[in-house]
Design a protein around this ligand. Structure first.
Ligand SMILES: *[C@@H]1O[C@H](CO)[C@@H](O)[C@H](O)[C@H]1NC(C)=O
Length: 377
């Protein structure tokens, strides 16, 4: 074998090893898929594996929702990680997070969970908005519900986690299920087939595949377990003689908050064989086992302190803004990894001396003030 051959074989091995199941997130980098009308378009989309190309061809109308889901996942990741050392910044490459999420770290767990959730969310939204032919509102939610038994009527949801909106109106007679209930079952099923496909095709054998699948499912659970009932009153001047209710997903920010909490409390796991099946169990046997809704990870995270040109996406924290008075991860001590920080005075424009005018608006002045801004060395 010539050295050229050897090099290409090595590069192939590197490419295969670093191939990440979240490559499809690259779809977020496309401006819009509008309505992809041609099956060939699916083959040109970067980041999809062959099985995803097939799903794309069979579900052309859903693909723009998938793209919006990818964007939603990246935006939410950047919001939730805005004051952490790794801030979820993306590259113009596949995979969009560079090599940062190719290890089985807590960060990878978050990215997988939020991505699986975002596809379920965006596809469900598209169903409810009437954008898709294959799905619409959830018509299984119908009929009349006596007050207080909303949870039993609710299909697929968890009775205990349902909360009825407290409304000033009282409708002693109960309410009518009506309006458009979010078809979360369709969105979740689509997410399972599209997002999980790479792991499933590996035969679920590697511990990394088990980790990804678990976290994908946990992400979708963050929506499923937090479905709520929204209602509207009808009748003379809101007297609420008739109340109609429907099932709705939580706002995606709430889903992001839940998954971030799971990230903070994620369980480090290892693979164990139980009979013939492989399962993930807590590495520390003193810890209570994780639930379906918790995030799990296999590898400790790097410290994310320094820029590493060999690890795309590992930008380091130099130049990051930090909080001088905080002792948490957004504080200059931890954020800058002890390297110290610069302080400069910057002028900001703010609203001030706000006055309430009868009736009803608030008028403010614009004030300039100088504040100290700290950035890591
Ligand atoms: C993340 O941090 C890098 C510096 O490490 C900065 O260039 C980038 O703008 C930040 N991205 C976001 C989304 O805040």
């Amino acid at each position: 074998m010539t050295s050229g051959h050897l090099r290409s074989v090595l590069m192939l091995i590197v490419a295969l090893c670093s191939a990440s199941a979240s490559n499809w997130l690259y779809l977020a980098k496309l401006s819009s898929l509008g309505s992809i009308s041609e099956e060939e378009t699916c083959e040109k989309l970067r980041g999809l594996i062959q099985r995803q190309v097939q799903i794309c061809k069979r579900n052309l109308e859903v693909m723009d929702a998938v793209r919006r889901g990818a964007q939603l996942a990246i935006d939410e990741c950047q919001f939730q990680f805005r004051s952490r050392r790794w801030n979820c910044s993306t590259l113009e490459t596949v995979p969009v997070f560079g090599k940062v999420v190719t290890q089985g770290t807590r960060e990878a767990a978050f990215v997988y969970a939020i991505s699986a959730a975002s596809v379920a969310f965006a596809v469900t939204r598209a169903c409810s908005s009437g954008e898709l032919e294959k799905c619409g509102c959830d018509r299984n939610v119908h009929g009349f519900s006596p007050e207080g038994t909303a949870s039993e009527q609710n299909t697929g949801g968890r009775a205990s986690s349902l909360r009825l909106y407290k409304r000033p109106c009282v409708s002693p007679a109960g309410f009518q299920w009506s309006g458009c209930s979010d078809n979360i079952a369709y969105g979740v099923a689509f997410s399972q087939s599209f997002v999980d496909v790479r792991e499933r095709s590996k035969g679920q054998s590697s511990n990394r595949a088990l980790m990804n699948l678990h976290n994908n499912e946990a992400g979708r659970k963050a929506i499923l377990s937090n479905m709520r009932v929204e209602c509207k009153c009808h009748g003379v001047s809101g007297s609420c003689e008739l109340k109609t209710c429907w099932k709705a997903m939580p706002p995606f920010r709430k889903v992001g908050n839940i998954i971030k909490e799971k990230f903070d409390g994620a369980t480090e796991v290892e693979q164990r064989k139980v009979g013939t099946t492989k399962v993930l169990v807590p590495r520390n046997s003193q810890f209570k086992p994780h639930t379906d809704e918790d995030l799990v990870y296999l590898d400790p995270s790097p410290d994310f302190c320094d820029h590493d040109p060999r690890t795309p996406g590992m930008l380091g924290t130099a130049g990051r803004q930090c909080n001088k008075t905080s002792k948490a991860i957004d504080g200059c001590e931890l954020m800058c990894c002890g390297r110290g920080f610069h302080t400069e005075e910057v002028e900001v424009v703010d609203r001030c001396s706000c006055k309430f005018h009868w009736c009803c608006y608030v008028k403010c002045k614009q004030c300039r003030k100088t504040v100290e801004m700290h950035t890591c060395r």
